[in-house]
Design a protein around this ligand. Structure first.
Ligand SMILES: *Cc1c(COP(=O)(O)O)cnc(C)c1O
Length: 393
C-alpha cells in the first residue's frame, strides 16, 4: 500500500463492533479481564490504550519500522531514548540540534554521566573522527534547524554500524511522507508530532519508531516505566492530523519552493536557506534520501535593523514559535530558539542577527509573498526615515 493510502486511512476500520470509520477515543484507564490469567490485550492505559495503539501502529507502518510509540511530547520521546544509555556511554550529536534536545542532554543527562560530543553531521569525516570505543549512538537531525543543513543518512548509518553504534534520527522537519530514515539504515526515528504530523498547532506529542524487536522491547519497558504517554484524546487528534499529512506536505512544499525562489530574487534579502534550491550545499544528498524538500525556509535580510519592523508589519504570517501547522509562522532564531547559544557559536552555525525562519503554511502563496513584500518595504522605509532623522539632528 502506498503511503498516501496509509495516511488517509490512519486508524480506520478498527472497531469490529460498530464499524465506526472514525476510531473511538478510548478514555477508559482500566479494562475488565475475561478471566483469571486472560486479557483483552488491554489491562491498564499506561501500558497500552486502544486509541494510542492505533496511532502507534500507524506511525510504525508509515516508517516501515517494527514498532511505534507515542509520548506526551517530542521531548518526552527523546527523554525515553536517552534512557537506553548508561553512565559512561558516549553520543555524537549534530552541532545545531533542536535547543530542547541539547538542553536535555547537557543539563540532565551529562550530570548523570552520559558523554556527548557535538559535530557538524553534514561532514562524515568529522563525525568519524569523534567516534570512540564507547560511542553508543549518533543522534542527528536533517535538515537541521534553522539553517537546514543536510546529513547523509546512509553514510552515517554505515559509520555507526561499523563501530557497533546506533543511528538515531530526529525526523521532525520531514515526516515519514518525505523521508524514512529506517529504510536508509537508521535504528530509531523520533519526531515531534506537535509539528507536521499533528499539523494544526493544537496537539503536543512525540513519536518513536524502531527497527528491531530488541529496541522495541527496551522502549516499551521505558515507556511503561516512566509513563509519559500520549493521552487518548491527543492520540486521536494526531491520527486525525495524519489523515491529511500527504496533502498538507505537498502544499507546504509547493508554497515553500515558490517563496524560496521569490526571496532569493528579492533585493533586500541577502541569503536564502532551502534544500530545494540547487545551490544549497546539501541539495544532492537530500535528493538521494528524501522525496521532497519540505516547508521550512530560513533567510537573511540585508540589514539586521529591519528585523523588528518586519516582524511588526507582517499581517498574514504570524510571529510565533513552532512550525508545521496550517498557518505560516515566522521566528527570529537568534533571540528565540538560540538565545542560550554563545554569540560566537551562533555565528559559526549561521544563526546571525539578520536570520529569520519561516514555517510556510497552507495559505495562498501570493498572499504570503505580498505580506513579506509589504513588510520588507515598510521596514526599509522606516530605516530610511530613521537615518534621515539622524542627519537632521
Ligand atoms: C519541537 C521539536 C522538538 C521537541 O518537541 P516537543 O513536541 O515540542 O516536545 C524536538 N525536535 C525538533 C526538531 C523539534 O522541532
Amino acid at each position: 500500500m502506498r503511503i498516501d493510502t496509509r495516511c488517509s486511512q490512519a486508524g480506520t476500520r478498527r472497531d469490529p463492533v460498530t464499524g465506526a470509520i472514525s476510531l473511538p477515543i478510548h478514555h477508559a484507564t482500566t479494562y475488565a479481564h475475561p478471566g483469571l490469567g486472560s486479557s483483552t490485550g488491554f489491562d491498564y492505559t499506561r501500558t497500552s490504550n486502544p486509541t494510542r495503539l492505533a496511532l502507534e501502529e500507524t506511525i510504525a507502518a508509515l516508517h516501515g519500522g517494527c514498532r511505534g510509540f507515542a509520548f506526551a511530547s517530542g521531548m518526552a520521546a527523546i527523554d525515553a531514548i536517552s534512557r537506553l544509555f548508561r553512565p559512561g556511554d558516549h553520543l555524537v550529536l549534530s552541532d545545531d540540534l533542536y535547543g530542547g534536545t541539547y538542553r536535555l542532554f547537557e543539563r540532565l543527562f551529562r550530570p548523570l554521566g552520559l558523554e556527548t560530543t557535538y559535530v557538524n553531521t553534514s561532514d562524515l569525516r568529522a563525525v568519524a573522527k569523534q567516534i570512540r570505543p564507547h560511542t553508543r549512538a549518533l543522534f542527528v537531525e536533517t535538515p537541521t534547524n534553522p539553517t537546514l543543513k543536510i546529513a547523509d543518512l546512509r553514510g552515517l548509518a554505515r559509520l555507526a554500524h561499523e563501530r557497533g553504534a546506533w543511528l538515531i534520527v530526529d525526523n521532525t522537519f520531514m515526516t515519514p511522507y518525505l523521508q524514512r530514515p529506517l529504510e536508509l539504515g537508521a535504528d530509531i526515528v523520533v519526531e515531534s508530532a506537535t509539528k507536521y504530523l499533528g499539523g494544526h498547532n493544537d496537539v503536543l506529542a512525540g513519536t518513536i519508531v524502531v527497527k528491531s524487536e530488541a529496541l522495541a522491547d527496551s522502549l516499551a519497558f521505558i515507556q511503561n516505566s516512566i509513563g509519559a504517554v500520549l493521552g487518548p484524546q491527543d492520540a486521536w487528534l494526531l491520527l486525525r492530523g495524519i489523515k491529511t499529512l500527504h496533502v498538507r506536505m505537498d502544499r507546504h512544499e509547493g508554497n515553500a519552493r515558490a517563496l524560496a525562489e521569490w526571496l532569493k530574487a528579492h533585493p533586500r534579502v541577502s541569503r536564502v536557506y532551502y534544500p530545494g534550491l540547487p545551490d544549497h550545499p546539501g541539495h544532492a544528498v537530500h535528493r538521494a534520501q528524501a522525496s521532497g524538500w519540505g516547508g521550512m525556509i530560513a533567510f537573511e535580510v540585508a540589514n539586521n535593523k529591519w528585523v523588528p519592523p518586519i516582524l511588526a508589519h507582517l499581517r498574514v504570517i504570524t510571529f510565533a514559535e513552532s512550525l508545521g501547522g496550517t498557518e505560516s509562522l515566522i521566528t527570529y532564531p537568534a533571540v528565540q530558539t538560540h538565545a542560550d547559544v554563545p554569540p560566537d557559536v551562533r555565528q559559526r552555525l549561521g544563526v546571525t542577527d539578520s536570520l529569520l525562519r519561516l514555517s510556510v503554511g497552507l495559505e495562498h502563496v501570493e498572499d504570503l509573498i505580498q505580506d513579506l513584500d509589504q513588510a520588507l518595504a515598510l521596514a526599509a522605509s522606516a530605516q530610511v526615515e530613521e537615518s534621515a532623522r539622524k542627519v537632521t539632528c
